[in-house]
Design a protein around this ligand. Structure first.
Ligand code: G6Q
Length: 546
């Protein structure tokens, strides 16, 4: 495929950049009273305001030309239709099918995937009802009180983020726990809080071979056996979410306690599949269905809206402008919602694992930057930590502010304070504070001129720093589904423009293989010799402690 730099619209954007260098966001707003109206759009329950970016109508048009030229519409259709766009693994990419309604139809290799999806959803519905109603019993006949999801990466972050975000919808009396790290402290801390008679373990692993998950699963099994559960009764305490039937069986989980999914569901796109079982258990199946429905609303919008009024496309294009033309290497995610505090970590995986690539789909080295570093924290906490760098650091870091108009609590005053902070931060990043403003403020306070001269540079903010704001009515299962799907499709569009395969993760595999080798060296008597002197030295020191 043609490198991005060779496309006509990329060159046009590069020429356009020369004029953009002199823009200030404040001037762009002053020149156009319609800017917010023109550069914001609503779809489903979400509003995206992208007007505080260093773009004009012309920039947007050139970016849209780029999207057309790079084949966003064709690739989008290929994904929805089940083409094997994950070429390095020869797989379709069909997380959108996981939230399609029952009456939809999609054939993949002659198999109706929608029918398969709904068969598993029915299995999940029946199971969640049995557990939540107390019908499902542990080995002593007591109802389940604690559910532990054991998984890592895509089999952990999605359900963990969603369960936390939907906390107000959870059933009291049923505690959800998540264990991911191979560090025994993770499982140990959870087991300490659980009763073996009333704990259900969900082993969530697409491959059912991941070291961390399998080690934690075996330790959980041992814990139950040590606490009075017989081998035969283990079946009341374990269910599996996986694509690997043979490995699930070998572990000892009954086939009827396995919730399958398929190779066309990528780990970081799997919360909509059986991997979302912990969500359905926590908030009830009907809420889980609303979460799927919210995502489906965004899928329909993404698939059918023209690019110029397509929310994921616009969010992606603004990101391309910031990354490839304004040189911003990082994107900060700031949810002004405490229950969404894990969203930055979730989006970090979604974006960085998908687009953290340096070769194009045909294997050629990329000539431009691809996925940015994605990071963040919930507001207002972040304001009292790293926002200093966002305002006055030497790097310009665009921010996505995310907020809800209505709170999920009844405490008076808090929500207005939260929203005020959210809006004030994006305004401050844009507006900045000139040295002139600082000087006159200090003069008005009667500060002496020498002190003003010394302090003014420190109290000056350049401003002109870009941000998006995403507003939802309230954080509900439906809006959360719509929001996550928005980002999934944004990442997809950017991957198409960069020309990368957003759906493989070979970088994750290398670490898995090397760790297995070192682990066997740590536990054997032989001296490690196969590495560099640093790795050999570290392994040798660790062997003395183990
Ligand atoms: C996600 C990645 C990765 C994966 C984990 C867990 O897209 O592939 O984060 O989800 O490595 O893999 P398993 O589900 O196979 O245990």
């Amino acid at each position: 495929m043609q490198p991005l730099t060779a496309s006509t619209s990329f060159s046009a954007l590069q020429s356009h950049l020369a004029s953009a260098k002199n823009w200030h966001l404040l001037d762009l707003f002053a020149q156009d009273s319609q800017r917010f109206a023109d550069m914001s759009l609503k779809t489903g329950d979400l509003l995206l305001d992208y007007s505080k970016n260093l773009i004009t109508a012309e920039t947007l048009q050139l970016l849209l030309n780029l999207a057309h030229e790079r084949g966003v519409e064709e690739q989008r259709e290929a994904m929805f239709a089940g083409a094997k766009i994950n070429t390095t693994e020869n797989r379709a990419v069909l997380h959108t099918a996981l939230r399609a309604p029952r009456d939809a139809r999609l054939l993949l290799d002659g198999q109706d995937v929608i029918a398969d999806v709904h068969a598993v959803l029915d299995q999940m519905r029946a199971f969640t009802q049995r557990v939540r109603s107390g019908q499902w019993r542990g080995h002593t006949g007591a109802a389940i009180t604690d559910i532990v999801n054991i998984g890592i990466g895509g089999s952990d972050l999605g359900p963990r983020t969603v369960c936390q975000a939907l906390r107000p919808f959870a059933q009291p009396g049923l505690q959800l726990h998540f264990v991911s790290n191979v560090d025994g402290c993770d499982l140990d801390a959870v087991l300490f809080r659980c009763n073996p008679e009333t704990t259900l373990f969900i082993i969530a692993s697409k491959t059912f071979t991941t070291l961390e998950t399998m080690m934690n699963a075996h330790s959980a099994r041992d814990w139950l056996l040590q606490h009075g559960c017989t081998e035969a009764a283990l079946t009341r305490h374990f269910v599996a979410l996986s694509t690997n039937t043979a490995a699930v069986k070998a572990f000892g989980i009954a086939p009827e306690n396995m919730f399958p999914f398929w190779d066309w569901v990528g780990g970081r796109y799997s919360v909509w599949s059986a991997i979302g079982l912990s969500v359905a258990l926590a908030v009830g199946f009907d809420h889980f269905a609303e979460f799927l429905q919210g995502a489906h609303t965004m899928d329909q919008h993404f698939r059918s809206a023209p690019l110029e009024s397509n929310m994921p496309v616009l969010l992606a294009l603004v990101g391309i402008w910031n990354r490839n033309f304004l040189g911003c290497s990082s994107l900060s995610i700031a949810p002004y919602l405490q229950d969404l505090r894990l969203l930055p970590a979730f989006l970090q995986q979604l974006d960085m694992e998908s687009n953290g690539k340096s070769v194009a789909r045909d294997g050629a080295a990329l000539e431009t930057a691809s996925g940015p570093l994605v990071w963040g924290q919930a507001g207002t906490n972040g304001q009292h930590a790293y926002f200093q760098l966002l305002h006055q650091g030497t790097d310009v870091i665009p921010v996505d502010f995310i907020a809800a108009l209505k709170p999920q609590h009844k405490l008076p005053g808090h929500h207005a304070a939260l929203l005020a902070n959210c809006f004030a931060q994006s305004e401050a990043l844009m507006r900045g504070k000139s040295t002139e403003e600082v000087r006159s403020e200090m003069q008005a306070q009667g500060i002496d001129p020498a002190q003003i001269a010394a302090l003014a540079p420190h109290r000056t903010f350049a401003g002109n720093r870009p941000s998006n704001t995403i507003l939802m009515d309230a954080l509900t299962p439906k809006t959360l589904g719509t929001l996550i799907a928005l980002y999934e499709h944004k990442v997809f569009v950017q991957g198409v423009i960069w020309g990368v395969n957003s759906f493989d993760q070979w970088g994750v595999e290398l670490g898995k293989v090397l760790a297995q080798k070192i682990q066997s060296e740590l536990l054997s008597a032989a001296r490690p010799q196969q590495h560099d002197s640093s790795t050999n030295g570290l392994v040798a020191i660790a062997k003395t402690a183990l």
